[in-house]
Each structure stands twice: as C-alpha cells, then as structure tokens.
Ligand binder design. Structure first.
Ligand code: PGA
Length: 252
C-alpha cells in the first residue's frame, strides 16, 4: 500500500481564488505522486471547482452527514460528496467533537453512511492532554474504535479502504508533534484493537495515519520510525512549500 498523505484545509482559505491558487501551487510542486496517494480535503464549497482541476491528486471532504437526503438544513450527505468527486471523507475529527459535540454514536452513523455511499472514511481518534496525563490513552483509543466501528462488518471495512488517523488532540495545531516512539505504540495498539474486530489480513489493509503538527522535517520519521501508513496534515497543508516538502520526504 502506498502511504496516504491527506491535506485537511479545515475552514481555509476564505476565497475561491485563494483555494485555486493553493491547489495549483501544490499540484505543480508535486508533478506526480507515484510513491504516495495524495488527497486534498478542502471546504465543501470548493469541492466541485477543485474536482474539475484534479489530475493525480484525489479529493476528500472534512465531514459528512449520516442521512442521504431530506429536511436537514445545512447538512451535506455522503452521496452528495461522492457526486462532487470525493473519494475520501474525514470523520470524527477532534474539532468536530470539541466544537460540534459529535459523539461516538454520531460518528458511528457517519462512518456507516460514508461506507454505504462508497466513500473511504478516514476515522480520527486520539486522546486529550488530560487523558494522556491520566494514562488513559489506550482506554480512549479502544473506546473510540469499538464505539465508532460498532455494527460495521469486516467486509465493509475492507472494501471501503478504511483508514484510521491517530491524532493526539494535544498535538493538533500546537507545533508539538507526538514522539515517534509514542506514535509507534499508539499505532501498534490500534492494530491490536482492530485485530479483535477483524482478521489479520483485513487489519493489514487498514492504513493507520498520524496527524498532529506534521511538517516536512518530521514527516518521514512518522512513516519510518512510527511505521505509519500515512499522514493527516492540517496547518502545513496550507503552506505549499511545506506540503510539497512532506510529500517529497515521504516518497523519497
Ligand atoms: P495540524 O492539524 O497538522 O495543524 O496539527 C492536523 C489535523 O487536525 O488534522
């Protein structure tokens, strides 16, 4: 499996012109991504425009609703994302939990709806600083995984090209990335929990990504030392040189 490098633009930039410029700079800077799968997750309103410009870069969304359609003001459904050209969708990001009160139950519904629509979910889990200090990292990761994946079959996990992003909340946007050894520990623990739900060949097909203050200087170590199958990049994905640097470092 190629490493999966995902740009999460979050609520940026504020204009379509800036979004196009950012995309163009990234695309020109990479030229080809044979050694990695690169996905850009812009805000919803830029999806279609960026879809029209896509070449080797793939498109993802930052969230989705759990129903297909209906009277749900303000929501965007998985089939809409699929029809807008998305292949991936980030689900359960800690900012969704923090600012929009998303619970494990909501995230479970979103994961099921995304899989049903044929999207590949990038399921985010991670502990807060307090949970880490209280030595609760494993407990939190296990609960998130078991609750998030409740009643999702092994074949759905396999066929959807599901990935799990380990994103320690204290490392997101802080400039303080997780220690490589700790990230390796989290990676192995996530695989251990997944092996309670799926057989080994399926677990090997689930990519485990790291996210939280990734930059060009630390990217390759998360792949090599922490044995991650990819990266979820926030702040650095808004800086073309940094994001290009991350991809180049990973593909070598
Ligand atoms: P960051 O964000 O790279 O800015 O820390 C990562 C994320 O939130 O996915």
């Amino acid at each position: 499996m190629k490493p999966l490098i995902v740009a999460n633009w979050k609520c940026n930039p504020v204009s379509l012109a800036e979004a196009k410029q950012l995309f163009d700079l990234i695309e020109k800077g990479i030229e080809n991504t044979e050694g990695a799968e690169v996905v850009i997750c812009p805000p919803f309103s830029y999806l279609s425009i960026i879809n029209n410009q896509l070449s080797f870069i793939k498109l993802g969304a930052q969230d989705c609703f759990w129903e297909e359609k209906g009277a749900y003001t303000g929501e965007i459904s998985p089939p809409m994302l699929k029809n807008a050209g998305c292949q991936y969708v980030i689900i359960g990001h800690s900012e969704r939990r923090k600012y929009f009160n998303e619970t494990d139950e909501i995230i479970n519904k979103k994961l099921k709806a995304a899989i049903k629509a044929g999207l590949s979910p990038i399921f985010c889990i991670g502990e807060t600083e307090t949970e880490r200090k209280n030595d609760e990292m494993e407990k939190v990761l296990k609960n998130r995984l078991l609750n998030g994946l409740k009643d999702i079959s092994q074949s759905d996990i396999l066929n959807s090209q599901f990935s799990v992003a380990y994103e320690p909340v204290w490392a997101i946007g802080t400039g303080v990335a997780c220690d490589f050894n700790d990230a390796l520990g989290a990676n192995l623990f996530i695989k251990k929990v997944l092996s309670e739900l799926c057989d080994n060949s399926t677990v090997q097909q689930i990519r485990i990504l790291y996210g939280g203050s990734v930059k060009s200087a630390n990217a390759v170590d998360f792949i090599k030392k922490a044995k991650m199958d990819g990266l979820l990049v926030g702040g650095a994905s808004l800086k073309p040189d940094e994001f290009i640097g991350i991809i180049k470092a990973v593909i070598g």
